[in-house]
Ligand binder design. Structure first.
Ligand code: GLC
Ligand code: CA
Length: 554
């Protein structure tokens, strides 16, 4: 099956996120690589996804898992070569799977040639003007220009030794680009073309809401005041209106290809309505909706998120995205097994990674977490829009909470020792077999150690169990593909059906999805043909058990 020519493929795609270093290692050096991905093509095909999104595989010092890019137009030698990239894309396309690459336009790595040139050039030079350099304060110019705190901790300003500081929103090895500079604007269009010309079908845009910056209004704003400014037009860097001019320019690049290249922005903003601005056809086309990462396993919360996002998609002419896990957050099988925070303001932290602070890991109800994860997954796969899956969730992997400090790699951990363990727990290399030095990931030891319990979750072990999470994902994705191809589904809108408290029920024509969020009560199923159930050992036809979901054809 080759690629179809549908330019709207992204609107309802099932996209599988690959974190290349942790997917499959072809040469036994402990690091996942591109030939490893190509070797697992039958697995991806059998899983039934429409596209893969690759987290960065570019040359990088790996100060932030590859999100510190030293060369945007090459492959890190530890991960492969450009030839191997081309082979991988060809092979994926041959089996009908599209390829999305990650573009990191807010910052480069500090090893980027342009950043090295900036450091080697004097204050006021054209080289420095590609990044954000400012003079230090005080008689010696030794004080940072403001006391803002970077996302990973510490100051946003790093001194370079001559009275100037450069700005970094994330790690100090991730200097922010100056998007007011036409050279930077042109360079990123060149980078987009470089990958589009190689056959890449789409782009995931990292920190898409932070590119446009304006420090002129109050350059000395103190950190506390900054923290009070909501993201939006008044914030010096998060979600300013000018950022959309950049994406209007990118859209011209995307649309110069046939089919047009797709894009999805990573957009964490305070007001979900403003996220829609990134998702218009004149902009990136799609933006990640992370609202379910922050929602509890709760009918009212799910329904509110679903309703709000379907309405936003209708307004912008985009399609919604649904995300339960990615490389930055606690895996949803763990998130749903953790006690719900008593204080809803901690929710945001639960959705991301802070809850697993060192030494404070709360007890996890493994069976409940997994049952809820299966149910939530089936629910989001039944929603209009595209669904983004993160490698390993199809095996039911949980967060690896107990990695030894010595092996942790995430700068989030290093910048906050003893407080925040960071994101490595969601990035442990996949188990492919129940035995072997790295459980089939490769022939050597994996770059992050796999816990013993990973054996039971290995792809080969699960493949033999009809009730495994893997076979459940395969069934659900296959059924979803069939359902989306039906004219009576395509012609029908989304409709809520009233259902008892603690449960949700919606239809898309003959396709019904029911989900039972309660802990105790069963839910009677309407008459119809049961297509897929999230229940292990199920389906029990008459009743939808607590923490399960089902699809029916009515
Ligand atoms: C995005 C990435 C995250 C990275 C950050 C800085 O949020 O998803 O992994 O650390 O950007 O590039
Ligand atoms: Ca390798």
């Amino acid at each position: 099956m080759a690629l179809d020519s549908n330019p709207d493929w992204w609107r309802d795609a099932a996209v599988y996120q690959i974190y290349p270093r942790s997917f499959a290692d072809s040469n036994g050096d402990g690091i996942g690589d591109l030939p490893g991905i190509t070797s697992r093509l039958p697995y991806l095909k059998r899983l039934g996804v429409d596209a893969v999104w690759l987290s960065p595989f570019y040359p990088s010092a790996l100060a932030d898992g590859g999100y510190d890019v030293d060369d945007y137009c090459d492959v890190d030698p530890r991960i492969g070569t450009l030839e191997q990239f081309d082979q991988m894309v060809r092979a994926l396309h041959q089996v009908g799977i599209r390829v999305i690459v990650d573009i990191v336009p807010n910052h480069s790595g500090s090893g980027h040639a342009w950043f090295r040139a900036a450091l080697a050039s004097p204050a006021g030079s054209a080289e420095r003007a590609r990044y954000i350099f400012r003079s230090g304060l005080g008689p010696e110019k030794s004080q940072p220009p403001s006391d803002w705190t970077a996302t990973f901790g510490g100051s946003t300003w790093e001194p370079v030794g001559d009275g100037e500081f450069y700005f970094h929103l994330f790690d100090r090895s991730q200097p922010d680009w100056n998007w007011d500079n036409p050279e930077v604007q042109a360079e990123f269009k060149r980078i987009l073309r470089f990958w589009a010309d190689r056959g890449v079908d789409g782009f995931r845009v990292d920190v898409a809401n932070a590119l446009a910056k304006d420090f002129s209004a109050d350059p000395l704003a103190d950190g506390e005041r900054l923290a009070e400014i909501p993201s939006g037009p008044d914030h010096p860097f998060y979600d300013r209106d000018e950022v959309h001019q950049i994406y209007a320019g990118w859209r011209e690049v995307f649309d110069s290809y046939d089919p047009p290249r797709a894009a999805v922005g990573e957009v964490w903003v305070d007001d979900p309505a403003r996220r829609a601005r990134y998702a218009t056809p004149a902009g990136l086309g799609q933006a990640f909706n992370f609202d379910l990462l922050l929602a509890g396993f709760d009918a009212d919360e799910f329904e509110a998120v679903i309703q709000a996002n379907l309405s936003l998609a209708a307004v912008t002419g985009s399609s919604s995205t649904w995300v339960l896990s990615n490389h930055d957050v606690i895996r949803h099988a763990s998130r749903y097994g953790l006690p719900d925070p008593a204080n809803p303001s901690q929710r945001r932290d639960t959705g991301r990674h802070w809850l697993l602070s060192k030494g404070q890991e709360p007890a996890e109800d493994v069976a409940l977490g997994l049952a809820r994860a299966r149910a939530a997954t089936l629910a989001v796969m039944a929603l209009p829009g595209s669904v983004y899956l993160y490698q390993g969730e199809e095996l039911g992997l949980r967060e690896v909470a107990d990695l030894p400090d010595a092996v942790r790699q995430d700068p989030v951990f290093r910048r906050s020792p003893g407080y925040d363990v960071g994101r490595d727990g969601a990035r442990v290399p996949l188990p492919w077999q129940g035995d072997g030095p790295s459980l089939g990931f490769g022939s050597g030891l994996a770059h992050l150690p796999q816990p013993d319990w990973f054996r039971d979750y290995a792809a080969a072990v699960e493949a033999d169990d009809p009730d495994s999470v893997l076979n459940f994902y395969r069934r659900a994705l296959a059924a979803r593909r069939d359902l989306l191809a039906r004219t009576d589904v395509a012609a029908s809108g989304f409709e809520w059906i009233s259902s008892p408290a603690g449960t949700s029920h919606w239809t898309r024509g003959p396709w019904h999805c029911l989900i039972n969020f309660t802990r105790l009560e069963g839910l009677d199923l309407p008459p119809g043909r049961l297509l897929v159930s999230s229940e292990r050992g199920g389906p029990a036809r008459e009743e939808l058990r607590p923490a399960t979901a089902a699809w029916l054809l009515v």
